[in-house]
Design a protein around this ligand. Sequence first.
Ligand SMILES: *Cc1c(COP(=O)(O)O)cnc(C)c1O
Length: 358
Amino acid sequence: MTGLSIREDLAAIPEYRQGKSASADLSDLETYKISSNENPYTPLPSVQTLIAELAGTVNRYPDSSGAALVGALSEQHGVATENIVLGSGSIEIMSQLIRATAGPGDEVLFAWRSFEAYPMLVRAGGAEPVMVPLDADLCHDLDAMLAAITDRTRLILVCNPNNPTGTTVSAEALERFLEQVPENITVVIDEAYQHFNRQEDAPVGVEIFKRRSNIAVAHTFSKAYGLAGLRVGYAIAPAPLARAMRAVAIPFGVTAFAQAAAVLSLEVEDELQVRVDALIAERERVVEALALAGVSHPETQANFVWLPLGEATPEAATLLEQAGLIVRPFPGEGLRATIAETEANDRLIAFAKSLQRN
Ligand SMILES: *Cc1c(COP(=O)(O)O)cnc(C)c1O
């Protein structure tokens, strides 16, 4: 016993498991890491050049207000700069939202299974996670979530499309839900995969933010924009909440590299959209193959597919690993596989065909 004073409630938080890396030890078979929903494309040459140019400036702190990026985002979304908060990835944005609204004795409500970071961030903030099971289609069960609201609920997280199931709620269903949520409770729409959402009746968080007073939207540059390693995300939030988020943010948490690369990415969004479109075409190719093989799975609107393999999950993950694919298994439930390089997708399709034979 060292006798150090450490918050006892933190001992119960499981450590975040990062998606396994592709290992080099599988002889000469190239392995692909399709466990973290990263973008398979390397950064645009213009982004790489910019990062190299900034290398000579790292003796200085970054602009703590992120003025250039905040300005660019304000213009893109048609919202005031005071509504935009930057974070070291949208994971930090979620952490800011939780710590700005909830503490000991408070509840943060979200669907489960959903993004693994949520329960950890809620507990780290000292609040209580309330996890409402997904419905039979592995979508948010918004009625059950409504029923789970108590007078201790401070924040509701809606992950749309949902990680790891890929499902999206409809704009109409979300609207009906929001009508009934008490106005003092903030509803966060985590749109990490928004660029990949092609469902016609899908909600658009920013539009809802503009109509309602208790909505915050979380976006990231890690997925569609392909900047996961730089760590930059942002929220669009009501001004008083945005101020509280800045108060709990890590000072200088967004580096100059991240700010500059994000600004440039917004300028070349057309170029990045071509890549998103290509990934969506690849997603369709994988989904068609799964259908042909008779592998049932929820409809995905993200850059990954969820295979609900239940008890067969660990075995499937091992088979995939032998085929050079590192996926994200959730034993007893299913596995999540990122739509990635063409070769990786081909191997996933071959795996789907092998399931059909069994
Ligand atoms: C990947 C992901 C994020 C974004 O994480 P960053 O910290 O921005 O890299 C946020 N929410 C969900 C649901 C995600 O899957």
